[in-house]
Design a protein around this ligand. Structure first.
Ligand code: 2IP
Ligand code: CA
Ligand code: CA
Length: 377
C-alpha cells in the first residue's frame, strides 16, 4: 500500500493548489475575504463560498482515492457534507465530474452563475500536481485497501486561512498564528480497530518566494502498522531532558493553564492556532506535548498527524480516559481511535474527540505530564 501513500501525497498537493488558488486568483479571493455585511442572502453566499473551498477539496480527494482504490469507496469520510444550497434555494451536490468543463458547470450552479470563479476552481481541481519529492522508494506497507478508512480535513485552521497573515518561518521555531497554520490533513485508519496507520499533512503556505514566485508548500507523511514505522520527520537527536514544553489553544481553560504553569514553568507554555498545526509542532519537536481539555476537535483533525506521531514512537491519547486510568498514561484503552461514532450524539459531534486529548512524541513525557495533572483538573 505504498501506492496509497504516494496517491495521498499527490492529492494532498492538489488540495494545497486549490487552497493557494483561492487566495491567489482575484475573483476567488474576493469571495473568500468579502466582509460579512449586507443582506442575508449575501451573508449566506459568502459563508457558503468559504465552505465551498473546503467541500471542493474534500470531494476531489474522495474522487481521486475512490478512482484508484474502489474498495475504499464508502469509507472515505471528511469534515464537510457535499450537499449545498445555492442562493436560489436549490440543493446541489458538489462532486468532481469527468471533465473540467462539467465540474465548472456544476460549481457555477453553486456560485450563483459566477462562471469565472467556477472555471478557476475547476481548473485547479483537474490539474495534475507537480511531482512530489518523497523518499518512499522501497517502503512496504502491509495493508490492503479493503481494511482501511480515511478521514479528511480539507483545510484545518480555516480562520487563519481566511485571515491570511503571512509569517516568514524559521527552522526550529514555533509561530503561533498565520497562514502556515492552515493544513490539509488526510489520515488513514484500520476499519477493524480504528488505529491510525498512515497520515499525510500538506502545509500549503510554508514558504513565500521573496522574488514574487508565490507560495510553496511542504508535506509530511508517516506510516505505522505491523512493525513498519516510517516518517518523513525524524525524532529529535537529544532524548527528553529538562522541563516539558507544552502547546495549547489560546482558548484553553484557566485551570489547565495554571496546572501546567506550576508543572513546567510559565516560559514553557506556548499558544498556537489550529489543532492540526499544534500536533505538527509536537511531530517537529517544536513542543513536547499538546494538551486540549475540551472536546473541540474531531476525528478529521487528529487522524493524520496521529499516524505520524505513532510512526515516531508517540501517539495521541484521550485526556479524560487517561486521567481516570490507573496506569495513568498510554495503553490500548486510552489512545484515540477513528472507527466508531458516539451513538448518543448528533451530527459532527458523533465524531468529536470528546474527552480532550494529549499528543506526545515520547511516552515518558506523557507519563510525567499526566502525573503532574492528576488530581488537579
Ligand atoms: C478547527 C481549527 C481550530 C481549532 C479547532 C478545530 O478546525 O483547527 O483552530 O481550535 O479545534 O476544530 P484552536 O485553534 O483553538 O485549537 P477547522 O478550522 O477545520 O474548523
Ligand atoms: Ca479542523
Ligand atoms: Ca476544516
Amino acid at each position: 500500500m505504498a501506492d496509497l501513500l504516494r496517491l495521498l501525497l499527490r492529492v494532498g498537493e492538489k488540495a494545497a493548489n486549490v487552497a493557494r488558488v483561492c487566495r491567489q486568483e482575484a475573483p476567488l479571493f474576493q469571495l473568500l475575504v468579502q466582509e460579512k455585511t449586507g443582506d442575508d442572502k449575501n451573508k449566506k453566499f459568502v459563508q457558503d463560498f468559504k465552505t465551498l473551498a473546503d467541500v471542493v477539496i474534500q470531494e476531489m480527494i474522495r474522487h481521486d482515492v475512490g478512482a484508484q482504490f474502489p474498495e475504499m469507496v464508502g469509507f472515505i469520510h471528511g469534515e464537510e457534507s457535499n450537499k449545498f444550497e445555492n442562493g436560489l434555494g436549490e440543493s446541489v451536490t458538489v462532486t468532481v465530474c469527468g471533465t473540467e468543463e462539467e465540474t465548472a458547470m456544476l460549481l457555477a450552479s453553486v456560485l450563483d452563475g459566477d462562471h469565472t470563479a467556477a472555471s478557476l476552481l475547476a481548473r485547479a481541481i483537474h490539474q495534475d500536481p507537480a511531482t512530489i519529492d518523497a523518499d518512499t522508494d522501497g517502503l512496504k506497507v502491509p495493508l490492503s485497501p479493503s481494511e482501511l478508512g480515511i478521514w479528511i480535513d480539507p483545510i484545518d485552521a480555516t480562520s487563519q486561512y481566511i485571515e491570511g497573515r503571512e509569517e516568514v518561518l524559521e527552522e526550529g521555531r514555533l509561530f503561533p498564528s498565520g497562514l502556515h497554520c492552515a493544513l490539509v490533513l488526510i489520515g488513514v485508519y484500520l476499519r477493524s480497530t480504528g488505529e491510525p496507520v498512515m497520515g499525510v499533512i500538506n502545509q500549503p503556505f510554508n514558504y513565500k518566494d521573496p522574488a514574487g514566485g508565490g507560495w510553496r508548500g511542504k508535506h509530511f507523511w508517516g506510516v505505522s502498522c505491523d512493525g513498519v514505522n516510517a516518517c518523513s520527520e525524524s525524532r529529535p537527536k537529544d532524548g527528553p531532558g529538562g522541563r516539558l514544553s507544552v502547546v495549547l489553544s489560546s482558548s484553553e481553560k484557566q485551570v489547565v493553564k495554571e496546572a501546567l504553569t506550576s508543572l513546567c514553568g510559565p516560559d514553557k507554555l506556548v499558544y498556537a492556532s489550529g489543532a492540526g498545526y499544534k500536533i505538527l509542532c509536537v511531530i517537529q519537536g517544536l513542543a513536547d506535548v499538546y494538551i486540549l481539555s475540551e472536546g473541540s476537535t474531531f476525528k478529521w483533525d487528529s487522524c493524520a498527524p496521529h499516524a505520524l506521531l505513532r510512526a515516531l514512537g508517540g501517539g495521541v491519547v484521550d485526556l479524560a480516559k487517561c486521567l481516570q486510568s490507573s496506569s495513568g498514561a498510554r495503553d490500548r484503552q486510552t489512545e484515540l481511535t477513528y472507527h466508531q461514532p458516539y451513538a448518543e450524539c448528533k451530527g459532527a459531534d458523533r465524531w468529536a474527540n470528546h474527552g480532550g486529548l494529549v499528543a506526545y512524541r515520547d511516552c515518558s513525557q506523557l507519563q510525567s505530564v499526566m502525573g503532574g495533572l492528576k488530581g488537579k483538573l
